[in-house]
Design a binder for this molecule. Structure first.
Ligand SMILES: Nc1nc2c(c(=O)[nH]1)N[C@H]1C(S)=C(S)[C@@H](COP(=O)(O)OP(=O)(O)OC[C@H]3O[C@@H](n4cnc5c(=O)[nH]c(N)nc54)[C@H](O)[C@@H]3O)O[C@H]1N2
Ligand SMILES: Nc1nc2c(c(=O)[nH]1)N[C@H]1C(S)=C(S)[C@@H](COP(=O)(O)OP(=O)(O)OC[C@H]3O[C@@H](n4cnc5c(=O)[nH]c(N)nc54)[C@H](O)[C@@H]3O)O[C@H]1N2
Ligand code: SF4
Ligand SMILES: [Mo]
Length: 747
C-alpha cells in the first residue's frame, strides 16, 4: 500500500447540498475528510456529518454483495449471488411481466436526490415503457416546482433565493439552522450586513424563529389561508409593483377579486395569527424589496391545500417584482451555451422522454384523476413542455416534474386496481420509513401479487428486508459526480471518487445500465461507466471530466462575471402567454381552479371535529434533527446515534403535565391509523394543542426480519399519517403528514 496521502476533490452525497469535500486517501483507505475552501459553491462549508463520514463508511452493517431472498419475504434468509446472476434474473422477470401485463406493471420508486441519479431512472423507465414513478417529491418540493413551471415556466420556489442581496426573507415551514445550514449561514450574514428582515412561519418558535423579526405562530396546515390573507393586504393596500404587474402578468384583476374572499379577520380566525401580525408580515415583505420566500417542506406535507398554497406564494413573489431580480428568486435554466458555444448535455436530453409512447403516458397512475395529482401528472408535463422547450432551446426538464400519488400505488399492487402493478424497483429510498401509512405500504410489499421487488441501498434497511433482491450501492466516496443539479441551471459540478467501490458495490449509473442491458436496452447504454458518460456530456463544452473535477464548477456566461438578472425583459417568460400567469391557463386546462383558494385539511380540528373528540391534539409528523437524514444515520455505534439515542416528540410542558408525562418519558402517540412511541421533550413555545414527532425512525440494531423489520413499527411517524385520496394534496397527490389529529398518553 502506498504511504503517500492523496487529496481528492469530491462532492459529498450525504445530503442534497453537494458540498465540495477534500478527501485524504492513503492507498484505498480514507484517512480524513474536510470542507474544500476553494469550492466556489460551498466555500469550505461542511456539516457535522463529515466528522462521521469515515465511521459511516466503515460501519459493519454496510453491505458489500448482492443478495437474493431464500424463503418468504421478510424471513431474513438471503443467499449471496453475483451481479450478473441477479441482473440476469431480474431482467428476465421484468421482460415476462411486461409481456403478460404491459410495461405499466413496473413501478419505480426514487428517494431524495443526491445529484447523479435522476436521468438514469427516467431513461431506463422511458425505454422500458412504464409511466409509473413514485417518490418523495410529492411531499417534498416537486409540487412547488410544478406550480412554478405552470405559472412562470421556470422554478422560482425559493430553492435558490438570493439571500446575499435580499432585504427580507420568509422562512415558511422551514428551519434552516437544522435543515439547510448553508442557507442559514447566508441568512445570518445578511442580517448582520444589511439588516435583512426575517419572517418565520411556524407553529413553534424554532431555532430559525428565535432569530426572526416577526414570527407567525399558526395552526398547522392553515398556511394556505395565511398566504391568501397576506396577498389580500398586498393587493388592497396597493403594495405591489404596478409596472411589473401591468407588463408581465395576466389575470391580476381576477386574482384581486378572489383575494377579497380572504380578509385578514377571517384569516386570523382560521390560522390563529392575529390580524395585526398578518398585516405586518404582508407589509414587511412587500415594502422591503427585494424580498424572497425560501423553500420549506412543511407545507408540502399538509395534504389537500399544500400545492395551492404555492400558487399564492408565486403570486406574492411575482406581483411584488421579486422574480429574477437581485435579492429575489433568480431564474436559472439548463441548456445555456457555454463559453465555447457548446452546451452541457442535459438530464432531460438523456432521460429520453420521447421514447415513452403516447398510449403508455396516458396509463400513468393519476394521469387524469379528478382532484388528485393533476399538476404532477405526465399530462401536466406535456401541457407545459411546449413553451418551456421554445424558451430553453433544449428538451423540457423531466427530472423532478412528474410522479404518481403513492396512495394509488398500493391498491394497484394489492388489488390490481385500476390495473396490476407487478414489479417494484426501489433505489436510494426507504419506503417503509418515508411514506405512509406504513401499514398499507407493508401490505403491498407482502402481497403475493407483487412478483418482483428489487432494492438498492448501502444497508439492509426495513424496505430492503422485504425485497426479493438487494443490490449494494456505492456511496459518494466510492463514485464520481458530474451534474447540472437536475437541470436547475446550466452550471456544471464535478467531483472525483475517493476510493474504488468497496466489495461489489456499484453506483446508480451501473445499476441502471445493467438493468437496461438485461432488458434489451443495451444500445442506449453505450457508456460503460459514469466517467465515460460524463466525458460524453462535457464534450460539446470542449473540456474533459478531469478538467471539470479540477475546476470543480463551470459557470455559464449568464452567471459570470456577474449574474444576469431580468432575463425575461429580453425573452419573456416560458409560459404560453410569455407572462406570469397569476390566473393559470395550465390549471384551467387540467380542470383545476385557475386561482388560489383555501380549504381545510382532510383531517383536523375544523374539518373532522368528531375525530377531534377522541384525538384532541394536532400532530405534525416531521421536523428535522441533525445529523439524521430522514431514515439514515440511525445505526448504533455512529456518532449520530450516540448523540440522539431515541426518537423525540416535542410537546408543550403544560399539555404534558396534564397527561402525566414528564420530560424524558416514553409516550404513545396514536391516530386513527395506528400508534408509535417516542420520548417527550418539552417546548414551551409550541402551541399547546400541537405536537411534533420525529420522522424516519427505525432501530437498525433490532432483528432485520419479521416481525421486527428493524423496529420499523415502534417509532416510525408514518404509521400515523393519512393517505385517503380525498385528504391528499389535490394537485400533487401528497399524503397528509402535518395538521393531523392524535392523542398522547404515557407509555
Ligand atoms: N412522516 C414524514 N414522512 C416524510 C417526511 C417527513 O417530514 N415526515 N419527509 C419527506 C421528505 S422531505 C423526503 S425527501 C422523504 C425522504 O425519503 P427517502 O429519500 O426515501 O429517504 P430515506 O427513507 O432516508 O431513504 C433513503 C435510502 O437511500 C439510501 N441511499 C442514499 N443514497 C444512496 C445512493 O447513492 N445509492 C443507493 N443505492 N442508496 C442510497 C439510504 O441508505 C437510505 O436507506 O421522506 C418524506 N417522508
Ligand atoms: N438534518 C436534516 N436536514 C435535512 C433533512 C434531514 O432529514 N435531516 N432533509 C432534507 C430534506 S429532503 C428536506 S425536504 C428539508 C426539509 O427541511 P425543512 O424545510 O426545514 O422542514 P422540516 O424540518 O421538516 O420542518 C420545518 C418546520 O416546519 C414546522 N411545521 C410543522 N408543521 C407546520 C405547518 O403546518 N406549517 C408551517 N408553516 N410549519 C410547520 C416545524 O415546526 C419545523 O420547525 O431538509 C433537508 N435537510
Ligand atoms: S451532508 Fe453536510 S457536508 Fe455533506 S453535502 Fe450535506 S451539508 Fe454538505
Ligand atoms: Mo425532502
Amino acid at each position: 500500500m502506498s504511504e503517500l496521502v492523496e487529496i481528492k476533490k469530491c462532492i459529498c452525497g450525504h445530503c442534497e447540498k453537494q458540498c465540495g469535500i477534500l478527501v485524504h486517501v492513503k492507498g484505498d483507505t480514507i484517512v480524513k475528510t474536510e470542507g474544500n475552501r476553494e469550492h466556489p459553491l460551498s466555500k469550505g462549508y461542511q456539516c457535522e456529518r463529515q466528522r462521521m463520514a469515515i465511521e459511516w463508511l466503515n460501519h459493519p452493517d454496510q453491505l458489500m454483495y448482492p443478495l437474493k431472498r431464500v424463503g418468504e419475504r421478510g424471513e431474513g434468509r438471503w443467499q449471496r449471488v453475483t451481479w450478473d446472476d441477479a441482473m440476469g434474473e431480474i431482467g428476465q422477470k421484468l421482460i415476462k411481466i411486461r409481456e403478460r401485463y404491459g410495461a405499466e406493471a413496473l413501478l419505480m420508486n426514487e428517494g431524495t436526490t443526491r445529484g447523479n441519479d435522476h436521468w438514469l431512472h427516467h431513461r431506463f423507465r422511458n425505454l422500458f415503457g412504464s409511466p409509473n414513478l413514485i417518490g418523495s417529491g410529492s411531499v417534498c418540493a416537486m409540487n412547488q416546482n410544478a406550480m412554478s413551471f405552470a405559472l412562470v415556466g421556470d422554478p422560482v420556489w425559493g430553492y435558490a433565493s438570493d439571500l446575499e442581496n435580499t432585504n427580507c426573507a420568509i422562512l415558511w415551514g422551514s428551519n434552516p439552522p437544522v435543515s439547510w445550514q448553508r442557507w442559514w449561514v447566508e441568512i445570518i450574514k445578511s442580517k448582520q450586513k444589511r439588516a435583512m428582515k426575517l419572517i418565520v412561519i411556524d407553529p413553534r418558535c424554532s431555532k430559525a424563529a428565535e432569530r426572526a423579526d416577526l414570527w407567525l405562530q399558526l395552526r398547522p396546515a392553515t398556511d394556505g389561508a395565511l398566504a391568501l390573507g397576506m396577498l389580500n393586504v398586498v393587493i388592497n393596500e396597493g403594495l405591489y409593483d404596478k409596472e411589473f404587474v401591468k407588463k408581465w402578468t395576466i389575470g391580476f384583476e381576477k386574482l384581486k377579486e378572489r383575494v377579497q374572499e380572504y380578509p385578514v379577520e377571517k384569516v386570523a380566525q382560521i390560522t390563529r395569527v392575529s390580524p395585526e401580525k398578518i398585516i405586518q408580515a404582508a407589509r414587511m415583505f412587500a415594502t422591503a424589496r427585494p424580498a424572497c420566500i425560501c423553500y420549506g417542506v412543511a407545507t408540502d406535507q399538509i395534504g389537500r391545500n399544500g400545492t395551492v398554497l404555492e400558487h399564492t406564494r408565486v403570486c406574492l413573489r411575482a406581483i411584488t417584482g421579486n422574480i429574477d431580480v437581485p435579492g429575489g428568486e433568480p431564474i436559472l435554466r439548463p441548456g445555456e451555451k457555454m463559453q465555447n458555444g457548446g452546451v452541457f448535455v442535459t438530464e432531460s436530453e438523456l432521460a429520453l422522454f420521447d421514447k415513452l409512447p403516447p398510449e403508455q403516458r396516458k396509463k400513468q397512475l393519476g394521469y387524469d384523476v379528478k382532484n388528485i395529482n393533476r399538476l404532477l401528472s405526465i399530462r401536466s408535463h406535456e401541457i407545459t413542455s411546449g413553451p418551456i422547450e421554445k424558451a430553453y432551446g433544449v428538451a423540457a426538464p423531466s427530472s423532478f416534474r412528474f410522479n404518481s400519488p403513492t396512495s394509488m400505488a398500493w391498491p394497484a399492487i394489492i388489488e390490481g386496481k385500476p390495473y396490476p402493478i407487478k414489479a417494484l424497483l426501489c433505489y436510494a429510498s426507504n419506503m417503509l420509513a418515508w411514506v405512509g401509512p406504513t401499514q398499507k405500504v407493508y401490505e403491498a410489499f407482502k402481497s403475493p401479487n407483487l412478483e418482483l421487488f428489487v432494492v438498492t441501498d448501502f444497508f439492509m434497511q426495513p424496505t430492503a428486508m422485504l425485497a426479493d433482491y438487494f443490490l449494494p450501492g456505492a456511496s459518494w466516496m466510492e463514485r464520481f459526480t458530474c451534474i447540472n443539479y437536475l437541470d436547475f441551471g446550466s452550471l456544471v459540478i464535478g467531483g472525483d471518487r475517493a476510493i474504488p467501490p468497496r466489495g461489489e458495490r456499484k453506483d446508480l449509473y451501473e445499476f441502471f445500465r445493467e438493468l437496461g442491458h438485461a432488458t434489451g436496452q443495451g444500445e442506449y447504454w453505450p457508456w460503460r461507466t459514469l466517467e465515460e458518460v460524463s466525458e460524453y456530456r462535457l464534450k460539446p463544452m470542449g473540456i474533459t471530466f478531469r478538467e471539470l473535477i479540477d475546476k470543480m464548477v463551470i459557470f455559464p456566461p449568464s452567471m459570470v462575471p456577474e449574474f444576469k438578472w431580468k432575463k425575461y425583459e429580453e425573452v419573456g417568460f416560458a409560459t404560453r402567454s410569455g407572462k406570469v400567469e397569476l390566473y393559470s391557463s395550465v390549471l384551467e386546462d387540467l380542470g383545476c381552479d385557475p386561482l388560489p383558494y383555501y380549504e381545510e385539511a382532510g383531517e383536523g380540528p375544523v374539518s373532522t371535529p368528531e375525530v377531534a373528540k377522541e384525538y384532541p391534539l394536532i400532530l405534525c409528523a416531521g421536523g428535522n434533527h441533525m445529523p439524521f437524514y430522514h431514515s439514515e444515520w440511525m445505526q448504533s455505534g455512529l456518532g449520530s446515534r450516540k448523540k440522539h439515542p431515541d426518537p423525540v416528540m416535542t410537546i408543550h410542558p403544560e399539555t404534558a403535565q396534564n397527561l402525566g408525562i414528564n420530560e424524558g418519558d416514553w409516550a404513545y402517540i396514536e391516530t386513527r391509523r395506528g400508534r408509535i412511541k417516542q420520548k417527550a421533550v418539552f417546548d414551551p413555545t409550541i402551541l399547546s394543542d400541537v405536537i411534533l414527532v420525529q420522522a424516519g425512525w427505525w432501530y437498525p440494531e433490532k432483528p432485520s426480519k419479521e416481525p421486527s423489520l428493524g423496529g420499523v413499527w415502534e417509532s416510525n411517524a408514518n404509521v400515523l399519517v393519512l393517505d385517503d385520496l380525498d385528504a391528499c394534496d389535490r394537485l400533487s397527490g401528497g399524503f397528509q403528514i402535518r395538521g393531523l389529529l392524535c392523542k398522547v398518553y404515557k407509555a
